[in-house]
Ligand binder design. Structure first.
Ligand SMILES: Cc1cc2nc3c(=O)[nH]c(=O)nc-3n(C[C@H](O)[C@H](O)[C@H](O)COP(=O)(O)OP(=O)(O)OC[C@H]3O[C@@H](n4cnc5c(N)ncnc54)[C@H](O)[C@@H]3O)c2cc1C
Length: 413
């Protein structure tokens, strides 16, 4: 009999198990994977973007945008940085508050493992959980390692992104089994795809990258009648064979809904119409060459040739000869290139799952299921999805600590 069984030994599960164990609770941690914490290992290109210094509730998407506040305040980015520092793990800030390991994400895995050891956490791994039931006041888990009984159950099995790394819908199924609702899951932080015919002229641009501003209007979550919300990100954009990727697209994909357009500003720091007008007099440069001075050459040529609603031969026009109406239209298209993606690259390529266990059914201070005492959901399984940039790990740490601090041993329940 354990005080706590934690299912899922990823970021949130190891953190929850370690903190609960260090509080003196008897903890068992189970995971069905062969290798420990694969997502931490591959995260941040192998260097784990383990938090973001600027984390606030505004960096998360949820039907209840306030739900994450309490947990984020209870265990902050600074708290995690302190832990990393205690282990002497070198780190650096890359971009907009994003903190990465200097060497390898393995050091974060080793740190969490060692924190679990300090809490005398018992491991069952690899070990599949086949059934979860309740008997009297405890949870009964039927597993590959036999029957495990625990007074509290923490579900930390993450989301559906990257099934080949062991992602499952375990948390969503278990939530439904215990009467909790689930916000429809879907891939997020994911490349966007376009209709093959529509994209064919741009597919040759695969590999081209540039800074862009990308925006989309989306319904306010949980308030379908409210005025749609405009969301925008200034980040790098990457052309791929089948569509668009890069940080700008991954960020906006979390807000994009099927059928909606995304709008790209391909020169966010410029006023193209004014620049063209100011440099126009006597300028015999081709428009494709003019654009090649701000964009990669390949993009300037292909984009001018293939953007609908622009004159077919616009790239071969000389700036001095281009009529005002053409320059205005060109500038408008550069600043407001509107495209309707046909879909996303799916969970195979997504970094996270949006949606998950409906936060209305969870206590925001403890992550405990309101209808089921002793049952907790933490990490990505919950309907709290972070932006790209270390926010998802911070949510994993914060939600796990909130839960682990709240769990009580049986005699105190
Ligand atoms: C390629 C990639 C790069 C990323 N980079 C970053 C980054 O740099 N920074 C950042 O903040 N976020 C990043 N993320 C997101 C981040 O990895 C996740 O949000 C985070 O790992 C979620 O933590 P979690 O503990 O909730 O779930 P996970 O870390 O996914 O852990 C879930 C665990 O549960 C186990 N499990 C699943 N189903 C079962 C089951 N049925 N039975 C038993 N065990 C089960 C899994 O094996 C896994 O070990 C990245 C994601 C990907 C895919």
């Amino acid at each position: 009999m354990y005080d706590v069984a934690v299912i899922g030994a990823g970021a949130a599960g190891m953190m929850a198990a370690a903190v609960a164990g260090q509080r003196g609770l008897k903890v068992v941690l189970l995971d069905h994977a062969e290798r420990l914490a694969e997502k931490i290992r591959i995260s941040g290109g192998g260097r784990c973007n383990f938090t973001n210094k600027g984390t606030t509730a505004a960096n998360f998407i949820s039907q209840n945008p306030h739900f994450c506040r309490s947990a984020l305040a209870g265990y902050t980015a600074n708290d995690f940085i302190q832990l990393v520092n205690q282990y002497g793990i070198g780190w650096h800030e890359k971009h907009r508050g994003q903190l990465f390991c200097n060497d390898s994400s393995e050091s974060i895995i080793a740190m969490l493992r060692s924190e679990c050891d300090k809490g005398r956490v018992a491991w069952r791994m690899p070990c599949a959980v086949h059934e979860v039931g309740q008997q009297a006041s405890c949870f009964v888990l039927r597993t590959d390692a036999g029957t495990i009984r625990a007074h509290n159950l923490v579900v930390a099995t993450g989301g559906l992104a990257i099934p080949k790394l062991g992602a499952t819908d375990f948390a969503l199924k278990l939530a439904r089994q215990f009467g909790l609702k689930v916000v429809e899951p879907r891939p997020a932080l994911v490349p966007l795809l376009f209709d093959a015919q529509q994209w064919q002229p741009f597919s040759t641009l695969s590999g081209v990258a540039l800074e862009a501003r990308v925006s989309t209007s989306s319904p306010v979550l949980g308030k379908p009648t409210a005025k749609p919300l405009l969301t925008q990100f200034d980040e790098d954009l990457l052309f791929t064979h089948k569509g668009l990727s890069g940080p700008a697209i991954l960020q906006i994909s979390s807000y994009w809904n099927p059928g909606q357009p995304i709008v790209l500003d391909l020169a966010p720091d410029a006023n193209i119409e004014r620049t063209l007008q100011e440099t126009r007099q006597g300028n015999r440069q081709l428009l494709s060459s003019v654009l090649a001075s701000i964009w990669p050459k390949r993009l300037a040529e292909q984009w001018l040739k293939n953007t609908p609603d622009l004159p077919k031969q616009i790239g071969d026009m000389r700036l001095a000869d281009a009529p005002n109406a053409v320059l205005s239209s060109l500038a408008r298209h550069i600043h407001e290139w509107s495209l309707v993606p046909s879909g996303t690259a799916g969970y195979r390529k997504a970094e996270v799952m949006r949606g998950g266990v409906d936060t209305r059914y969870l206590d925001q201070r403890s992550m405990e299921a309101k209808p089921v005492a002793g049952l907790y959901f933490v990490g990505e399984a919950v309907d709290v999805t972070g932006w790209l940039g270390g926010y998802n790990f911070q949510w994993a740490w914060s939600s796990a600590v909130a839960c682990a601090r709240a769990i009580k041993a049986k005699e105190f329940q």
